[in-house]
Design a protein around this ligand. Sequence first.
Ligand code: TYC
Length: 116
Amino acid sequence: MATTPPTPPEMPPNPPGSGDSVVLERKTLKVEPPKMYQVVLLNDDFTPMEFVVLVLQEFFNKDRETATQIMLKIHLEGRGVCGVFTRDVATTKVDQVLQAAHQNGHPLQCLSEPVE
Ligand code: TYC
């Protein structure tokens, strides 16, 4: 036996302005890039050059040559930027460097600061 689908009830027309119409609102999306932080190593008279090079290779993914150049710049100028990161990553890098320095008995200092 074939069944016929139920017919929808008759609806009165919507009064103007109160209907089922969808209003699309245009919102300007403003997504700012995150504030960036540079991690800086400071020079001192005691931390071995080799240790600084290893830190730059290990925690900042520098190849040996670049790491050596950065280390020498720090040695000569007093400080040097190792990398630029979002705030949380920069904080983690600083912690990792300070922990490695402490574990190895070196006074190496490291900090992060906002870029610009
Ligand atoms: N000045 C150190 C030395 O002569 C080497 C050094 C370089 C230390 C960079 C710290 O961030 C530093 N052994």
